[in-house]
Write a protein that binds this ligand. Structure first.
Ligand code: NAG
Ligand code: NAG
Ligand code: NAG
Ligand code: NAG
Ligand code: NAG
Ligand code: NAG
Ligand code: NAG
Ligand code: NAG
Ligand code: NAG
Length: 501
């Protein structure tokens, strides 16, 4: 039951996307190098406060960590709802509840309740911002946030990756300001493109069904759907499956169809369609049609092999290896890539590659965390474990460790409620040690979002948040993974990290 909860949670970070209104600029699912014209959208969503968006990432991480941990003890829905309401009101002190509900619907009613844990209030944020921005600028080599990043934070959108450099690979496209990573795969006969989220923290694969209904009524949004009328190779089993994301969920039937991933054809692959999606997935603004979980199939609610396991079993790749190069919007390189069956050795420094045993009994990807440091100062962390999860945007560390990290960063401050503020321009070096090698987080990723979008070199919300869950696992998401090459091997039950090329 724990593992089911945990795996179902893996998609929680998606919830943010319903806030992004990309309706005016539909994604072309065909163009390889399309960059969504984010500037066109700028006017549309700047009524959504970035603090509210950010809050959701933090809380999503907390919730996800809770569900992944053995204890499973996490924030209640009431706590989540209360804290998000608090945040919204704090961000818009002069507006009525009615006005805010209109703006932030559906969050304030349904899905928002799943999102949050206790977090800083904006009043405190503002004060921290005002008091510390003077000092912040003294400690910086980084230039703060670019207009493109702020635009992506507010408006979402997908920035497509370049053509992959390795065989058996797909571009990993960037959602918004590095909040998630998607690729295009093909399903059915005739084959059609579907945009799916690539998630190392879950093990179900699903896309929306032609019959899909949003929870509470309505259709499942402007997505690509699958069904027998659109695919001559489609088959359904008379079996249902579901996965629950707090208040968000997906339920549907088990199906089989031809699936092409990175040019590799899996005939009659078993997966799932969603016949009922919570609004978090059904929204027009959710920027993907489905999700591929790439943890181990022991976690699968559907009870099926994951695509990479299926590729290996069918001899299309040698081993069930999935490798990730997670890209960063600020780099403008668009070099994100997911590779199946091996590693892309053009993406990492071979002599830095470390391989460690997977510690998870459930099928997550968990590595022993040998240590952590700030600017080379060892934080004396021992006996801890890190869940490596592409499906989590931020990094959540046990409270004492998060506190220690930030106390070693010039200009950083705790908000007293589990969150941290950090100069947007910090160039502190926070590093995690795996397999005896220290992997530094790019300082740009330590600052997740500016407190005030008009002050991109002032104070930012830290990409490292605190959460005490279970036995003190760290939930290590994209804040860290953008700085390393990451590879998982189901056959060997091992994972690898390397420094980027
Ligand atoms: C849905 O997507 C299509 C093409 O992908 C686009 O033409 C249409 O405007 C979109 N509609 C909405 C409501 O987003
Ligand atoms: C809210 O209203 C007060 C008093 O009218 C005003 O001083 C303040 O600037 C307003 N704040 C915002 C964010 O509009
Ligand atoms: C923030 O600063 C203002 C003005 O200095 C003060 O009135 C307010 O109480 C402070 N808020 C908090 C939460 O400290
Ligand atoms: C940031 O890094 C540069 C060198 O890369 C260094 O000279 C500078 O002192 C650092 N900033 C601070 C505030 O220490
Ligand atoms: C891709 O595979 C082909 C055929 O095995 C091989 O010739 C080619 O060198 C490979 N390309 C890369 C980039 O590995
Ligand atoms: C979800 O699936 C589980 C396991 O098959 C089943 O027991 C449960 O009733 C399902 N829940 C819903 C809401 O369909
Ligand atoms: C860590 O190193 C960075 C980069 O040189 C520097 O800006 C920062 O002040 C250092 N912080 C501490 C606490 O030494
Ligand atoms: C609030 C505040 O005093 N901010 C200051 C921070 O430092 C920069 C550069 O020294 C000043 O321009 C800001 O006014
Ligand atoms: C807890 C657990 O099952 N750990 C396993 C992780 O993978 C290695 C390598 O296969 C196993 O030796 C461990 O037992």
């Amino acid at each position: 039951m724990q593992s089911k909860l945990a795996l179902s949670l893996s998609a929680l970070f998606l919830l943010l996307f319903t806030l992004h209104d990309v309706g005016a600029a539909p994604l072309s699912k065909k163009h390889k190098t399309l960059t969504l014209p984010l500037t066109k959208l700028q006017q549309r969503r700047n009524d959504l406060h970035p603090q509210v968006l950010l809050q959701q990432h933090i809380n999503r991480g907390h919730r996800r960590l809770a569900l992944m941990s053995d204890s499973g003890v996490g924030p209640t829905d009431e706590e989540l709802r209360a804290s998000l309401h608090k945040r919204v009101h704090a961000c818009h002190p002069n507006e009525t509840t009615t006005e805010l509900q209109k703006r932030y619907n559906p969050y304030l009613h349904s899905s928002v309740a799943t999102l949050d844990t206790p977090t800083p209030s904006l009043h405190e944020d503002k004060n921290a911002s005002a008091s510390s921005s003077a000092n912040a600028t003294s400690a910086s080599a980084s230039s703060g946030f670019t207009a493109a990043e702020i635009n992506a934070l507010l408006n979402g959108g997908v920035t497509d990756a370049n053509t992959p450099t390795a065989n058996n690979s797909l571009g990993l496209d960037i959602v918004a300001n590095d909040v998630g990573y998607t690729s295009l795969i093909q399903i059915g006969t005739p084959a059609r493109d579907f945009r799916v989220l690539m998630d190392s923290g879950s093990a179900d694969f699903w896309v929306g069904s032609d019959n899909c209904q949003a929870q509470g009524g309505g259709n499942c949004g402007n997505h690509t759907f699958l069904g027998e009328q659109r695919s001559s190779s489609f088959n359904t089993f008379n079996e249902q499956w579901n996965t629950t994301y707090g208040t968000g969920s997906v339920a549907g039937v088990k199906v089989a169809d031809d699936v092409t991933i990175a040019g590799l054809l899996l005939q009659a692959h078993n997966f799932g369609t969603a016949e009922v999606e919570s609004v978090d997935f059904a929204s027009d603004n959710t920027e993907f049609d489905g999700l591929i979980g790439l943890a181990q199939s022991t976690l699968s609610n559907q009870g099926f092999l994951t695509p990479v396991e299926s590729l290996a079993k069918n001899g299309l790749i040698g081993e069930a290896i999935t490798s990730y190069k997670i890209s960063r919007l600020a780099d403008g390189k668009n070099d994100g890539e997911i590779t199946f069956g091996g590693l892309d050795d053009t993406k990492f420094q071979a002599n830095t590659l470390v391989t460690v045993d997977n510690l998870s009994k459930q099928g997550f990807w968990v590595a022993a965390l040998d240590g952590a440091s700030v600017n080379g100062t060892d934080l004396k962390i021992q006996g801890q474990a890190a869940i490596l999860d592409t499906g989590t945007t931020l990094l959540i560390a046990p409270a004492a460790d998060a506190e220690t990290i930030h106390s070693n960063i010039d200009g950083a401050a705790s908000d007293g409620q589990g969150g941290f503020l950090i100069p947007c321009t910090t160039n502190a070096s926070v590093a995690l040690t795996f397999g005896g090698t220290s992997f530094a987080i790019d300082p740009r990723d330590l600052a997740f979002a500016p407190l005030d979008i008009n002050d991109p070199t002032g104070m930012c919300v830290s990409g490292i948040s605190s959460g005490n869950v279970g036995q003190g696992e760290w939930l290590v998401g994209d804040t860290f993974l953008k700085s390393a090459y990451f590879s998982t091997n189901v056959d060997k039950n091992q994972l690898s990290l390397a420094k980027l090329a």
